[in-house]
Design a binder for this molecule. Structure first.
Ligand code: ZN
Length: 598
């Protein structure tokens, strides 16, 4: 058994999540974590909502809320959505906890002491009429990169590039329209050039990565610049230095605090588990975590933070850059083993856009369809290695032709026939070569499907699991047990059904990481008891450091099926099954398209 960290990208808490968000990394990270647990690894799956930064402050301002109130609202919505999808987080928390603030400040301190955080004088905006600092979000102007007319002082929402306020063309104050004045102000920067060499050496050891991620990351090293980690903003983690801690106008930049969430969430999980140092089994590079694996899941627009910037923070904190230094208070920390990035999902040929209603929110989806129907679509047709289009017609086809007519039909007809003719799982008597061949196909699936999931090739993995299903359906059609009506044939009928039910059981285990809700149902239809696929729960918890309470997603995943073929027991009672999957009416396509805006 080894320790496996599944570090899942943090959703930004400024709105509900749409299915594009969960397709890229939400569901794939859960498939990976569920499989790794079933295969006997000790998995820690963490994430949370990312709640600081200008966009949340701006939106809160426009709704007359405090940023915390806005974050509270969407933290809860997102926790409920991820719960609805059955994502098995050990801890899904948030960045506004006392624990997170403390860990972020620890990392800042360690980097600062080792010399990897440097102060630089930059230009900051002030309002000429009041003489006061104008925070980034109150400055608007034309983006110097794409020409968008309403870019903000820290970011262009059109092209997504990060900006500095003085880069804007024709900058103006959003408060009163005046042109801001730029004066010198001090900010802190992560000295990325000082760790460039250490990063290059480390990237050279990453041979298992997807080539495009490696190439992209190596290219970034050629032109690394110090990167600002503080900002003119009131909403964020205070800067933990003398003379800065109590300033209300400067905060740690949201990207720096959010990326540290993987570590702070692991520490929070350990503190809640009753063993406050348990996180070290996944993180400590020179101690008990030195053999652990760390797998990061994100969309392709976030690769740079995970393959370059977060590793740079970890290297500097551990004292491993050009300036040397000693590990900070948390010790030397593990770098990512793999950075698993996904491509983008589009919607009916268009980019997801909440403002133009080209969107389907997770919540709305789960009100009308089952979680496993979406999980199946994401697994077989998601944006694993190329941009992919979600269409309702394709969703309908995958659901009805594959999930219902393929897997659902196999479950339904084999259990119904056994229930009707035997009332229990019949024994297998003399096995024919055809029986043996099918059983062997199912057994071989454990190795094939498992290896593919370990290599993050989930599309191929579920394809292999569904191939077992197809073989079993073909077997049933060829053997035609329903024709064996005579008493003399009943033993053979029982054997065929026993074989079919064994393969249903095996295929169900193979599909469990992908379809956990229906896997539990199939397990019970086969007469199984207890937990087959453990599910997350929402718990309302107290902040460990005295802040307000909040909901987290957590669960006990030590129970459940193992990644192996378990012989079914002849004689176990069977009842006529209810269908596991819902066949959808083709009219849903037009209904859903009518809901989409233009
Ligand atoms: Zn732009």
């Amino acid at each position: 058994m080894s320790h496996v960290l599944a570090a899942v990208a943090w959703p930004y808490a400024n709105g509900p999540r749409h299915i594009g968000h969960v397709s890229g990394f939400g569901v794939p990270s859960d498939v990976f974590s569920r499989y790794m647990r079933m295969a006997g690894h000790d998995v820690l799956m963490v994430s949370g909502t990312d709640e600081h930064g200008t966009p949340i402050q701006v939106q809160a301002d426009s709704e007359g809320l405090t940023p915390r109130e806005l974050a509270d609202r969407y933290n809860r919505v997102i926790v409920e959505d991820l719960h609805g999808l059955g994502l098995s987080y050990d801890l899904f928390t948030r960045t506004t906890t006392g624990n997170h603030y403390q860990v972020v400040q620890d990392l800042f301190d360690g980097l600062y002491r080792n010399g990897y955080i440097i102060a630089k004088t930059t230009l900051g905006a002030i309002s000429p009429s009041t003489g006061r600092t104008l925070p980034d979000r109150y400055i608007e102007g034309t983006c110097p990169i794409c020409g968008y007319g309403s870019a903000r002082g820290d970011q262009c929402d059109n092209c997504g590039n990060q900006l500095d306020p003085e880069q804007l063309i024709n900058p103006r104050s959003r408060i009163n329209g005046e042109t801001p004045e730029f004066v010198e102000t001090e900010h802190f920067f992560l000295d990325l050039p000082a760790v460039a060499e250490a990063l290059a050496a480390w990237l050279d050891t990453r041979d298992g990565w997807r080539p495009n991620v490696l190439r992209f990351s190596r290219n970034l090293l050629d032109d690394l610049q110090p990167r600002a980690i503080t900002r003119d903003l009131e909403w964020g983690v205070p800067i933990p230095l003398e003379g800065w801690r109590d300033r209300s106008d400067k905060r740690i930049y949201v990207w720096f605090d959010a990326v540290i969430g993987y570590l702070s969430a692991s520490i929070e999980w350990a503190r809640r588990s009753g063993d406050p140092s348990a996180w070290k089994r996944w993180w400590s590079a020179d101690g008990e975590g030195k053999d652990a694996g760390a797998y990061y899941f994100m969309g392709k627009d976030n690769i740079v933070f995970h393959s370059v910037i977060w590793p740079a923070i970890l290297l500097g904190y551990s004292g491993q850059g050009a300036r040397g230094g000693a590990p900070g208070d948390l010790g030397s920390l593990n770098l990512p083993t793999e950075v698993v990035s996904s491509e983008f999902l589009t919607m009916e040929g268009r980019k997801f856009s909440s403002s133009r209603q080209v969107v389907i929110y997770v919540r709305d989806f789960l009100e009308r369809y089952d979680a496993d129907a979406l999980r199946y679509f994401i697994a077989v047709a998601g944006p694993e290695s190329q941009d992919t289009d979600f269409t309702w017609a394709e969703f309908l086809r995958r659901n009805n032709d594959e999930l219902v007519a393929g897997w659902g039909n196999l479950v339904n007809r084999s259990i119904s026939m056994a229930a009707k003719n035997f009332g229990e799982i019949p024994p297998a008597l003399d096995l024919t070569p055809e029986d043996e061949a099918l059983l062997a196909v199912a057994k071989a699936g454990f190795r094939t499907v498992g290896e593919l999931i370990e290599k993050h090739r989930q599309k191929q993995a579920i394809g292999e699991a569904m191939r077992v299903v197809a073989e079993a359906n073909k077997y049933l059609s060829e053997q035609a047990p329903w024709k064996l009506k005579d008493a003399a044939d009943k033993a053979r009928m029982g054997t065929i059904l026993h074989v079919a039910l064994q393969v249903v059981s095996d295929a169900n285990t193979l599909l469990t990481p992908f379809l956990p809700h229906s896997a539990q149902k199939v397990h019970e239809l086969l007469g199984g008891t207890g937990t087959h696929a453990p599910m997350p729960v929402i718990e309302e918890v107290d902040d460990l450091d005295g802040g307000p309470s909040y909901p987290v997603l957590t669960g006990d995943y030590s129970v459940g099926a193992r990644w192996e073929s378990v012989p079914i027991e002849a004689g176990r009672a069977l009842a006529a099954p209810k269908p596991v999957f819902r066949k959808l009416d083709p009219s849903i396509v037009d209904e859903e398209l009518a809901r989409l805006g233009s």
